[in-house]
Each structure stands twice: as C-alpha cells, then as structure tokens.
Design a protein around this ligand. Structure first.
Ligand SMILES: Nc1ncnc2c1ncn2[C@@H]1O[C@H](COP(=O)(O)OP(=O)(O)OP(=O)(O)O)[C@@H](O)[C@H]1O
Length: 548
C-alpha cells in the first residue's frame, strides 16, 4: 500500500510537474504572443500615426498650395481688371492684358506698313500720341484696318476714312485702355469713343448695362444717343438716354434691358438716388466734353457717378476739343495710365483752322445795332445760310430775341429759361432749316452737330476762351469751312491775350484794337464757368449724397 501510495504520489507529482511545465510553456507563449502583439500594435500605431502625420502634412501642403494658387489667381484677376495693366507690345501682334477678355490684334495691313509711313501719317495730321505703356499700337489708316463687327462697319459705310482722332484712338480704345482724346470741334469724336465701346460690347459678348456716356447738356446727350442708335441699329444693343426737364417715368421704363446709357449728370444722379439704375456693371465710361464735366459745377456729380460704376475694371474715356491744364489733375484721378491722343497740338488751346475768325472791338452800347447790320449783311448773301448767335445770359437772350422779332427776323431761341419742349422744337427748327437763325446761350456752345451752320456770331464774348473755341466750332464741321464773327468789348479785355493766342494759333488776323488791351494772357477759369447753362432738373427734390 505504501508503495502504491508513493507510486501514485510520484505519478501525481510527475503529472504535477508535467502540468506546471505545460502551464509555464503556455504562459511563456502567451507572454511572447502578448509582447509580439504589443510590439505589433505599437508598430501599427506608429505606422498609423506616421501615415496620419504624412496625410496631414500632405493635406496641409495641398491646402497651402491651393491657397497660394487661389491668391495668385485672385491677384492676377485683380491685376487684369485694373486699368493700369495695359497692353504690351508683342511685336506685330498687340493685345491688351488689361482685362482678360479684351484683346486687340493689330491687322496684318497695319503691321505691314513701315514706321516711315506711320510717322508721315502722324505728322501730316498733327497727331501726337502719348502712350505711357509703350504698347506701340499704330493708328489705323482705313476702316478695314480694324476687325469691326460687320453690323457696325455697315453703319460706317457713309464715311470714306476714319478721322484722325478715330484713326489714332481706336487701337487703344479697342484694346481696353483709358484714353484722353483731344481733337478739334466737329472732328468725329462721338464715333471716336462710340464705335469701340459698342464693338467691344458685341465682340466680347457683354450683357447688361455696360456703357455710360455723360454729357453736359440735354441736347448733346440726345445727339450722342442718336449717334449710338445709328451705329447699333442692326444689332440688339439697346441704347437709352436720361436728361432733365422731362418726366422721369418713361426714362426709367426705358432703362429695362438697356446696354448703353447716355445721360446728363443731374438726371442720372436723380435716378441713382431713386434706386432705379445700377451702374455697378458699367465698364466703359465716357465723359464727353470732358473738361466741362470736370469743372466745378459738375465735379461732385462726376465723383458720385464714378463711385457708382465698376471701379477698377472700368475703362475711362475722356474726349474734348479743349483740355485746360486746370482739369488734368482731376481727370487723372479717375483714370489709370491713360493714353493721350492729341490732334493738332491741342496741348495749347487751338481753334479749328477752317473757321475764318473775325474779331471786331466795339463799344458795348453799339452791340445791338452791329448785330442787326451783321445779320442783314450775311443774310443778303444767302438768306438760307444758317446763322447761330450767342448771347451770354438768359436775360440778354430774351432781350435780343424780342429785338430781332421787332426787326422782322424769324429767330428760334434756346436757353435755360425755356421749357425742354421749347428748346427741342427751336433746335429742330434750326436743324431742319425752318428757321435760319438760332439765338442761344452757352447751352448750345458745346458738341451740337447742326448741319450747315455757316456763321457763328458772338454778340457777347463767353466767360472763357475755351467756350469761345467751342462756340465757333458749331461751324466748320466735318471738313467744311465757316465764319465766326465776334464782337469784343472792353468788358472782356481780361481775355484779350488768350484770344490773341487762339487767333494766332489758327493763323487768323489779330485786330490792332484787340492788341491795345495790352495782350493780357490771364487764362483763369471763371468761378461760375458754365453756371449759365448747367442743366438743372427743377422737378427733382434735393437729396443728400454721401461720399466715402
Ligand atoms: N470718319 C468720318 N468721316 C467723315 N465725317 C465723319 C466721320 N466721323 C464722324 N463724322 C461726322 O462729323 C461730324 C462731327 O462729328 P462729331 O459731332 O462727333 O464731332 P466732335 O468732334 O464731337 O465735335 P465737338 O467737339 O463739337 O463735340 C458729324 O456730323 C459726323 O457724322
């Protein structure tokens, strides 16, 4: 039994030993497994972390790159939209980088003509081009030298060749650059700024209200509108006109779907204040008679209008026949690196040389009799010759109107005291020839293109010599000749020097009596310059306009 017991114990022990070895082994294995697992987990974790870090890094990098790309793109877009990034010369092919959409390619015909030919053309037409970006764009010598929309070309068929201001300014305007264009009265400036505006509108598939032309007087606004309607008549471009003195309602209705707006500043601002027009889409803004628009009477209005337009992406265009130094600084504050196209040395005040200028110095009290005798003289040559008489003040115009009527002259009159309807019908009567005499204040001095005005009589000298140049410019238009007969009195002697310069500049005789005033050259803009014909909409109520 004891032996049995021992054997069993031994066996038990043996089993026990065996078991503990197995357990130990198992434990060891377990431990190893655990350690292995931990190691693997750790490794996995590390790999995961590395991967995550890498991903995060890549994501960050990607984000950064994206951001940089976006910023770069935005910067480029902004730059492209800024008017100062003008066209750069690319050899024969010149295109503008100003707006990504604006491209002007100089035609093969232009590329092929030599610099000598260009110089000769510039010289013979007295064209000076100041091109601050050195784009090297050459003028066009023929309408076929620009790739105009065929519907616009059709509207130009009646003209043989571009006028010098059109020839020299179109390449710059078509390439999207800001332009100051200064050229004599009656030299086609309206189509000068109008054709490129409409052509780019069509070519670039623009939509909405894009073109705004601002003019100082109602009659001129209507005339510009008529010109643009003529140019766009075969297209779907819609033009409309806003001016004071007539009800607003219909004008506001006409704004629906308009692509081109021509406006006088007062009515335009009135309609802006009504919230009936949004100029934010306008990217081509013209100031016609730009020096007048920048004078004191309009300055604030123009600032408001500018602030309402598309800003940096706006192409700003200023055209005029006179460009006094006094307005140039203000002009440049609205423009970016403008190209200056100057026809006929217009850095100085120059009158149209085809106008014969006669200046008579007389006593103020002789003026009315002198006028009557001048009218008889000129009408005896040809009763139907159109004669435009300028007075300075509305009161004077009224007095002269009755003087002429008393003396059996059939005269139409246009001045600020008349209703718009009266003004319009007087102008129509003169244009159509129903009345061969028109008596006007300076409301008719600028821009009006009345066919066949043969004689301009200045009964009273205007407030500035610039206005004199514009007044006499109602004759001698589009290559024709004309006569300007001016009565000059001691009341205007402070302007004698400037007038002498204008006469000399146009190779006209200078009367001895004019020189006796001492050749003053004081050329100060009158503080109320233009106040006599600022179109004020009397129907509108005053509204406070806030500026930044
Ligand atoms: N290429 C052209 N060839 C001949 N005549 C033209 C040409 N372009 C325009 N005209 C005509 O010339 C006349 C004068 O043009 P417009 O009224 O535009 O002159 P302007 O230079 O604006 O004058 P202002 O300084 O007095 O405003 C218009 O009757 C117009 O039809």
């Amino acid at each position: 039994m004891a032996k049995e017991e021992r054997k069993r114990k031994h066996q038990d022990a043996a089993i026990g030993d065996g078991e503990s070895k197995k357990v130990k082994k198992e434990k060891k294995e377990k431990k190893e497994k655990k350690e292995k697992k931990e190691k693997k987990d750790k490794k996995d974790k590390k790999e995961k972390k590395d991967k995550k870090d890498k991903e995060e890094k890549e994501e960050k990098k990607e984000k950064k790159e994206k951001k940089e790309k976006k910023e770069k793109k935005e910067k480029k877009e902004k730059k492209d939209a800024e008017p100062e990034s003008h066209a750069k010369s690319v050899g024969a092919k010149v295109s503008s980088s100003k707006k990504s959409t604006v491209k002007y390619e100089q035609s093969e015909a232009i590329n092929s003509y030599s610099q000598d030919k260009v110089d000769e053309f510039l010289k013979s037409n007295e064209i000076a081009i100041d091109d601050p970006e050195n784009t090297g764009l050459k003028p066009i010598l023929d309408f076929s030298h620009v790739d105009l929309d065929s519907r616009i070309s059709k509207a130009l068929e009646k003209y043989p060749t571009p006028t010098p201001i059109q020839a020299a300014s179109w390449p710059f305007l078509l390439s999207g650059q800001d332009v100051v264009g200064v050229a004599e009265t009656g030299s086609g400036k309206t189509l000068g700024f109008g054709v490129p505006a409409v052509n780019n509108f069509l070519r670039l598939g623009k939509q909405g209200l894009k073109i705004l032309c601002v003019s100082p007087t109602r009659e001129l606004a209507v005339q510009i509108y008529d010109n643009l309607v003529e140019v766009t008549k075969s297209t779907s471009v819609k033009c409309t006109v806003l001016y004071g003195g007539v009800p607003k309602y219909e004008q506001i209705e006409n704004l629906k779907g308009a692509n081109v707006v021509v406006a006088t500043p007062g009515r335009l601002i009135d309609i802006i204040n009504d919230g009936a027009i949004n100029l934010g889409t306008v990217d081509y803004l013209v100031l016609d008679e730009a020096d007048r628009m920048l004078e004191k009477g309009f300055e604030q209005d123009i600032k408001t209008i500018m602030q309402n337009t598309a800003g940096a992406s706006r192409q700003t265009v200023m055209f005029t026949a006179t460009w006094p130094k006094e307005v140039r600084e203000l002009a440049s504050s609205f423009m970016k690196n403008p190209v200056k196209v100057n026809i006929g040395n217009r850095d100085e005040l120059v009158a149209n040389k085809r106008i014969e200028q006669i200046v008579e110095v007389i006593e103020p009290y002789h003026k009315e009799n002198k006028l009557l005798s001048l009218l008889r003289k000129y009408q005896s040559k040809n009763k139907n010759d159109k004669i435009l008489i300028f007075a300075l003040y509305k009161k004077e115009a009224r007095r002269i109107e009755s003087l002429l009527q008393r003396n059996s002259f059939h005269v139409a009159a246009i001045h600020g005291d008349l209703s718009q309807q009266q003004r319009t019908s007087a102008l129509d009567a003169f244009k159509s020839g129903r009345s061969s005499l028109l008596l006007a204040t300076d409301v008719a001095a600028r821009g009006l293109d009345i066919p066949n005005v043969k004689i301009v009589i200045n009964l009273t000298f205007p407030l500035t010599v610039e206005d004199y140049v514009h007044r006499i410019g109602r004759t001698g238009r589009a290559g024709q000749s004309g006569i300007a007969h001016t009565l000059f009195t001691e009341h205007e002697k402070h302007l004698s020097g400037a007038l002498v310069n204008v006469l000399r500049g146009a190779d006209q005789p200078v009367p001895e009596e004019l020189l006796k005033f001492g050749g003053h050259t004081k050329k100060k803009t009158h503080s109320v310059y233009g106040a006599f014909y600022k179109d004020v909409d009397t129907t509108k109520t005053a509204k406070k306009i806030k500026f930044d």
